[in-house]
Write a protein that binds this ligand. Sequence first.
Ligand code: ATP
Ligand code: MG
Length: 311
Amino acid sequence: MLLKQVLRVCSAHYTNDESGSNMKHDRFIVKPNSAISLEKDFDPSYKADYITKKDATGKLQSDIKRLGEYQDVLYAQNTYALLLIFQAMDAAGKDGTIKHVMSGVNPQGCQVYSFKAPSEEELDHDYLWRSMKALPERGRIGIFNRSYYEEVLVVRVHPEILAKQQLPPEAKGKEIWKRRFEEINNFEKYLVNNGIIILKFFLNISKAVQKKRFLERIDRPEKNWKFSASDVKERTFWKDYMTVYEDMFNHTSTEWAPWYIIPANHKWFTHLAVADVINTKLQALKLQYPIVSKEQRQELLQAREMLGQED
Ligand code: ATP
Ligand code: MG
């Protein structure tokens, strides 16, 4: 390709008129200031017009490829970062979704953090501290596999965890959850205002399918490592989790960082829906490769001339 052509391509606006999305995201999104019911409003087995996994393979493959292309421009432009937050009950498929959906992305432009129970050092700080440190740099996609949302989920379901947080008495009152929602909303607003775009996914699995997946993990030797006896214990708190999840959605789905409740009983549909939501968001950003200045163009031409003079 001639240098002029290369330059034209590089400075061209990155357009992809074909959004490729045939999904109605309204079905997944929690409208800000609404009061949703997880059970009534969101079907974990929903799969749009697709019947089997095979029907979705073509779209998923092209969406994975497209995500890789967007990520390339995101990286080159170095203006926005994309933060993807995944929350779910055990065995809902967070790991598999991350693995599949991100499979076309350059590993250099992507970072995954899995948040576990906080360490002593982390407990000695405010609850957002460890997340701040893990935020993606501009140009990157950062993935939070679990997140600060655990602070209004597991911590709320198990008061003994809150008791270990060394909070001053005035911070521990019954207003704590409302205050945390507010703090999280403000934190996310700050991030979005500064170019860190946030997408929050809840992978919505049913209790029956969770049981099926646990049994598979027990029965299939290659899946044994994924099983932990404590997961079964945690399952006994299912109802409590649904209550706190619902309250969290109703207070932290905002215009700037809405929650997407993704059906998770069919893993292939989860992957399809997550990829679709990410691509739609990236497309809306109208990402652009950096424009080459006159001086830079001159330098490129000089470099080309030097290369041409080599033996
Ligand atoms: P896997 O699919 O491998 O089970 P996972 O995300 O469930 O993935 P685990 O190591 O099983 O990973 O669990 C991490 C645990 O850490 C979860 O039980 C979660 O509730 C807990 N955790 C995460 N953040 C916090 C927090 N801020 N406070 C207390 N516990 C937390
Ligand atoms: Mg687990």
